[in-house]
Design a protein around this ligand. Structure first.
Ligand code: ATP
Ligand code: MG
Length: 378
């Protein structure tokens, strides 16, 4: 996958921008608050149709503007494509257009078009933060290559919401209707089984790739361990392999049934893929509890970079890598290893304050970002 060109119109602090992207490495450097992250966000929004920074689309148009657009030209195995994301007002009504080569695409279709891996300083939370962030990581990683998983997840969330709503209704009426609840159990256990099975299958590939990256950057050997942790009646159980989808269906049906009373009292579903976690361990110790900031950052980076190999395994081509502000956060040794790792393998876009920290050799283009304008490096 190669990105070739980006155009932004009234997007964040860019009035109007066109920038060629076809080099192996493109560097955006400059002082704080000049528009470096905005630019990566522009690439991301054109590719995906939504931002990684905010769920509020009204933050994206340039201050004072309403209409905005982001357009990305890219090349995949099948040829050249153009994605255009456009928001405007027509006869007083807001219009949204997401177009692939001029034809409307749904969010689900768009999600898998341009495979991107993004790493930002916030991704440190992948190791330090809530389980929900690690679930989201797994979900996004798998959904990028599997529309089936994308659907499963959407359906699961919908049915889960309905089951929870039903539990609350029962609680309000002070009467548990077990027969009706069992109907929800059946639907939910099918979907839960599909999700856990897919996650465990995917994890076997992710685990290996993440270990390789981590060892490569830190010079360790097999130091990073990832395990899928499932909430069960007896507590949290780490899982290595999947017994298969059918086994998971029966497992969840039994578990849901056994928890009718508990779920009724709590008013929500107490077990399922929505409560599982990914445990990240460095040489036998939880990185969340014991890791240094640098170790946690490197592990988060390894997890994210594992997506590169994972996606290549499924898609037969590497995704594109966006690295926001990563270089200054690593020590010189790790930085060098990271740059050695990406150079020549994947097309990379990176932002940095200090130009000196980013690479100079190879097929590199560098742009200085100043107040929403780009200047080619002298
Ligand atoms: P840093 O090195 O600190 O990360 P950066 O170059 O990545 O800086 P950005 O986050 O890309 O900076 O840009 C931040 C600037 O963009 C801020 O000055 C902010 O006020 C401005 N900005 C954010 N949203 C909009 C918008 N909708 N319209 C115009 N300007 C905006
Ligand atoms: Mg920034």
């Amino acid at each position: 996958m190669r990105l070739e060109n980006l155009r932004l119109l009234h997007f964040r602090n860019y009035e109007q921008l066109e920038v060629p992207l076809q080099h192996d490495i493109t560097i955006f450097y400059g002082d704080n608050a000049q528009g470096k992250t905005n630019l990566l966000e522009g690439i991301y929004v054109a590719a995906r149709g939504f931002s990684f920074r905010t769920r509020h689309e009204e933050e994206l148009p340039q201050f004072g503007a309403e209409d905005w657009a982001a357009q990305l030209d890219y090349r995949d195995r099948y040829g050249e494509n153009r994605l255009l994301v456009k928001r405007y007002r027509e006869r007083g009504r807001r219009r949204k257009e997401n177009l692939l080569n001029g034809t409307a695409v749904s969010p689900k279709e768009q999600y898998g078009l341009v495979n991107l891996v993004l790493f930002t300083p916030d991704d440190l939370q992948l190791v330090k933060g809530d389980p929900s962030l690690r679930r989201k990581f797994l979900n996004m990683e798998i959904a990028q290559t599997s529309p089936v998983y994308y659907d499963l997840l959407a359906k699961y969330n919908r049915v889960l919401l309905q089951r929870n709503k039903f539990l609350k209704q029962c609680r309000d009426r002070e009467h548990l209707e077990e027969a009706q609840l069992s109907v929800w159990d059946v639907a939910l256990s099918q979907l839960a089984a599909g999700i856990v099975d897919a996650r465990l299958q995917a994890l076997s590939g992710i685990r290996e790739a993440a270990q390789k990256v981590y060892d490569g950057i830190t010079g360790t050997h097999g130091a990073l361990q990832l395990s899928y942790v499932q909430k069960q009646s007896g507590g949290e159980v780490p899982l290595e392999t999947t017994p298969g989808r059918e086994e998971w269906v029966s497992f969840y049906q039994e578990q849901f049934k056994a928890r009718h009373r508990l779920d009724y009292l709590r008013g929500y579903t107490s077990i399922g893929p929505h409560r599982d976690d990914l445990e990240i361990v460095h040489q036998g110790r939880s990185l969340k509890a014991y890791g240094s900031q640098g170790q946690q950052r490197t592990a988060a980076l390894a997890l994210k970079l594992s997506e590169l190999e994972f996606i290549r395994g499924v898609r037969d081509e590497y995704p594109v890598l966006l690295l926001d502000d990563v270089l200054s956060e690593l020590d010189a040794h790790r930085r060098e290893k990271l740059l050695g790792f990406i150079n020549g393998t994947v097309q990379t876009f990176l932002t940095v304050n200090d130009r000196q920290l980013a690479p100079v050799s190879g097929d590199v283009a560098a742009w200085q970002v100043r107040e929403g304008r780009l200047e080619a490096e002298a």
